[in-house]
Design a protein around this ligand. Sequence first.
Ligand code: CTP
Ligand code: MG
Length: 233
Amino acid sequence: MAARTVAVVLAGGVGERMGAGRPKQLIEVGGRPILAHAIAAFDAHPGIGEVVVVMAAGHLREAGVIAAPFRRVTGVVEGGATRTASTVAALRVLEDHPDDTRVLFHDAARPFVDAPVIDRVLDALDGHDAVAVGVPSPDTIVVVEDGVVASMPPRETMSRFQTPQGFRLGTIRKAYELALADPALRATDDCGIVHRYLPDVPIRVVAGSERNLKVTQPLDAVVAEHLAQEDLP
Ligand code: CTP
Ligand code: MG
């Protein structure tokens, strides 16, 4: 039997940079909450068997209402103070799943993830234990230290990471086990945890999409509304 595949939609943040007075994943674009768009993309994908939603404390009821129409959602759980803590909350819910389960972690703040992106992640998981989604950077990216350029990596080697990030459950479990034992733990995403704590595990990078933006600040909500309305490429 093929391994199970679980999508975890991470909605445990409070959206400080958006400043909307409530978590940004609850804001509506194209007539429905950003969180609903994100859940729908995985719920409708034939390769996904189960969807787990991690929600900010104090907003579980709203998340439950949003998730209710989606038949693959098996749980809405409370997240933690950091994205890392929210991922750990999801891993706890998946404790009884076997190590070869495929798990995709997705930012709820990316409402326009689409089936081709999810396909590429799932396909790459056949040959890799860790998969990231990246897009080229139109801007030159430099390392700045103390207000001065410290290094300029060649632009063609730079990639901006998006989500979903996919893993064999056994791999991401092991990485977090090591991470949680490290008092100096810090990372912005799950690939960051694998890269740091399991440096021998290659992280395959597949193509993301410019539509798969992360709604982070007020301008992004304007762009997202346009994308939702006009189905721009
Ligand atoms: N996230 C989470 N748990 C947290 C923090 C973030 O599940 N404690 C989720 C967010 O809900 C979001 C994704 O991780 O879907 C990416 O995080 P980010 O864009 O930083 O969202 P927020 O943390 O909500 O925003 P901000 O940093 O501006 O407060
Ligand atoms: Mg954040």
